[in-house]
Design a protein around this ligand. Sequence first.
Ligand code: NI
Length: 388
Amino acid sequence: MEIKELSQKYKQYVIDMRREFHMHPELSMQEKRTAGRIMEELTKMGIPCVPMAGTGVLGIIKGSHEGKTIALRADIDALEITEKNDVPYKSQVDGVMHACGHDAHAAMLLGAAGILNDMKDELKGTVKLMFQPGEEVAKGAKKMIEEGALDGVDEVFGMHVMGNIPTGRIAIGAGARMASADVFKITVKGKGGHGSMPHLAVDAVLTASAIVMNLQSIASREVSPMDTVVVSVGKLVSGTRFNIIADEAVMEGTTRCFSYEVRDKLPEMMKRIIKSTAETYRAEAELEYNFLTAPTINHEVSTERARKSIEKIMSADAVMELPKVAGSEDFSEYLEKVPGTFAIVGTANEAKNTCFTNHHPQFDIDEDMLEKGAALHAQYAVDFLNEQ
Ligand code: NI
């Protein structure tokens, strides 16, 4: 049987699972119940699975024939949002909601597990099912990799539902599609004094201000105009009183870019500018830089494969070009290690009132796409494993 037909068997199952996860959302790295239910469901299907990354799960389907290994990924965490939808499957947890559709992701991957398990006898190779915790805090993917989820994996595939892409469409695109998201903290040390005698003090406010300004030259003068980069200082805390020269200033900010090379160079560029600016004003400054999420860079071959997989389970019209977005996704961590691609499943349907963007308190999805998502996971896996 074709996957397109086989997936119909799981249509209701995927909807039911999604609704169940939706009713019981759990915050990042606390997905205890969710992971427990996933283990139960996989065990019921006879699929071996182990807990991973604290509150994640790794399931393994071994085909009857030798071959390559592909990892399919779903994230499973929810957000600190109070749901404003009035639906039978509304969140039962106060202040927590599956407003990014990770309930759908977990359900679609369970559906795919069912489909692929049914096809085990004809399967050439191994499918790893990665149910990843903590995407929203950019911790889960790193932890899954640390604990060996990608060991022996040749290819990775993932999906995200999106409330601003029409239902019935799946968006794909090669190259950098989502930005990196890293954070930094700058501490400026000066010397306090009287506001009327600045020459006897070292002004942390003036130094910090100059640093904020000079950091903007990274985008305009340090990085090629062909590369996009953002350096934003979002928080600056300093001083206690109008006539006291501040002896310290602390800034926090974030960087975004679309290439591994630019991302790697940013801390050094920033450090040089921060140090030399501080020196100009007789102050000292330290930079603390934390890499959170890499840019999501989809591989070309994988993206072309996804196009064909979508055509098989839906139609050529279903495929849509994925525009670049400045959001970020920790699926990028897997893509930095192995080839793969990340597809965006459209779930916006005006008739069903599912056009709110992700992270909105009324975010909801067109559940007809759940079966398609499950089918696409399975189809992509089979298409990859069948390739010589
Ligand atoms: Ni998300």
